[in-house]
Ligand binder design. Structure first.
Ligand code: BGC
Length: 350
């Protein structure tokens, strides 16, 4: 009889323990602290800087999720070491903005071996590299779209009719003379934006004369430096400046102001394109500084590279990967084996 009651107590104790273990593991994802790392190609890049702050802020709202931000200072060697270290410290997820997007193979391979999920963003790995590991994702925007929207902005400015360009065809030769500032060679956004903006003009029947395509590596200072020579050689013929991003457009505007391409004749602190000397410059990104340039009339326009929505997608995807959100509860669709795409938009002041 005594033996029977001991056995009963042991059984009850065992069942209680089992129930406790089950409850603990099923809620473990939200109770147990998750450690993630955000690894940036270069924190000095103004677009990436804004983007990183948006991701940090959104992740700080997730309970029990720690994020450490790391700057790879534009060096793939440094970044590889940082990734190794984060893996050794058993991070639950790495959010990576690769320095060299074409070198992602070894990163994906190593993280697969260690079972650490990765979300790449902004610099798109080759599809075959991403496909090595089913927990490797990419969140980004389609570069083709940004080139097309940039072309649309300028086609509109020139009157939308390729057979009858308006006063912005300054030499009246029915062709648009353009200077292109290109981002970093090999970056999908630099290559595709440059090719696509030209293709979009030609597809709509606009004649384009490319005076020069100059690489300024996404960088404001480099664009400022390179514009000195460009303006000396092509300044008198240039009708439009197409920049692969806002930072380079701002660098170009600084040089153009210095070289008197703009005249605020009535001194109201703004440029009025219809009455004052002006030349159209367009960027891509929608940086706060670019918005100020648009407000003061210097920058004609930009295309919004919507980092806030991309950051939201990265954070929702992180929650899903970490077991804190169901697929059904996501506001973004994961397509084609682990991609989330966010649209570009023409930026307007309102
Ligand atoms: C942005 C650039 C930025 C680059 C960094 C691009 O998508 O338009 O401004 O420098 O990403 O990878």
């Amino acid at each position: 009889m005594k033996n029977q009651s001991v056995l009963k107590n042991i059984t009850i104790g065992f069942l209680l323990l089992l129930t406790f273990i089950l409850i603990a593991t099923s809620t473990g994802c939200s109770n147990q602290e998750k450690q993630t790392a955000l690894i940036l190609y270069n924190e000095n890049d103004p677009f990436i800087n804004t983007f990183a702050r948006q991701i940090e802020e959104l992740i700080s709202d997730i309970p029990n999720c720690q994020l450490e931000t790391i700057d790879s200072q534009n060096s793939q060697i440094i970044q590889n070491e940082q990734i190794e270290e984060m893996a050794a410290r058993k991070r639950d997820l790495l959010i990576i903005n690769p320095v060299d997007r074409l070198g992602s193979y070894s990163i994906v391979k190593k993280m697969k071996d260690q079972k650490i999920p990765i979300i790449f963003f902004n610099r798109e790995p080759l599809i075959e590299d991403l496909n090595i590991w089913d927990k490797a994702y990419y969140v980004g925007a389609r570069a083709e779209q940004s080139g097309q929207l940039q072309a649309e902005l300028i086609m509109g400015l020139f009157g939308s009719d390729p057979g009858q360009l308006n006063q912005y065809d300054r030499n009246g030769d029915t062709s648009i003379q353009v200077v292109i500032l290109k981002g970093e060679q090999g970056h999908q956004d630099a290559e595709i934006r440059t090719a696509e903006v030209v293709r979009a003009f030609r597809e709509r029947g606009f004649k384009l004369e490319i005076l020069i395509t100059e690489v300024a590596n996404w960088n404001q200072e480099q664009a400022f430096e390179k514009m000195e020579h460009i303006l000396k050689t092509y300044g008198s013929r240039m009708e439009v400046l197409l920049s692969n991003n806002d930072a380079m457009a701002i660098g170009a505007l600084e040089r153009m102001r210095q070289e008197d391409f703009f005249h605020d004749t009535n001194g109201n602190g703004r440029i009025d394109p219809l009455d004052e000397d002006w030349l159209p410059v367009v960027g891509i990104d929608g940086l706060a500084e670019a918005v100020k340039e648009i407000e003061s009339g210097y920058l004609y326009g930009t295309v919004l590279n919507d980092s806030l929505t991309q950051a939201k997608a990265i954070v929702e995807l992180s929650e899903y990967i970490l077991g804190m959100r169901d697929l059904d509860g996501m506001n973004f669709t994961i397509i084609d084996n682990n991609y989330i795409w966010i649209d570009y938009k023409v930026f307007t002041l309102d």
